[in-house]
Design a protein around this ligand. Sequence first.
Ligand code: ZN
Length: 224
Amino acid sequence: MKLNRFVVMGAVFIGVLGFCHGTADASTSMVNQYIAMHHIEPVAVSKRIWHGFPKYRYRHGFKKPEGVVVHETGNPNSNIFSEIAYMKRNYSNGFVHAFIDGTHIINIANTNYLAWGAGYPANARFLQFEQVEVHSKKQFAKQAANAAYFTAKLLKQYHLKPNDAAYDGKGTVWSHHAVSQFLGGTDHTDPDGYYKTAGRRYFGQAYSMAQLYQLIKQDYGKLN
Ligand SMILES: [Zn+2]
């Protein structure tokens, strides 16, 4: 009996620790704190739609995306303009709806139609944007603020509620990694690696999709 009670108490204790740990991760994100402390505001969305992209309906139809996929280019040597120019030339290999860096949110493809960035079946379901790698503490924080705001804005626009898909493969906010894990048709793990490396480099702490999701929820709450 005595032993059993210790086992139960131990399990409860570990459970409480696990819970605290999980909450602390999200609320003590150095990047998110920096954004709040420095009152970093997202930039406005700049619409530069290129009409050369193909127009296909989502599986539920025109204007019916089911969520947003967050990408990162994986290219440390490009900038937002070179990436956009490259995508227009090579759209048959893939394209996304928008590109984001620290100072721009550029919407290049009509979001009422699907994009080709995360394979089948995700392409027929989700809005998609790429983050271009940035190279300073401030730019990284600004990029996270822009990415969160744009995601929240798209969810609102298409009458979707924020729900992080990373836990059960169901939801409206997806990393490309989560798509690979739960839906298949692709094997990329972005933006995890970039978030981890840039977070450690500029803030001494890995950044994560779970932390970006906290910002997305905050921003969504502020939108009308
Ligand atoms: Zn990707």
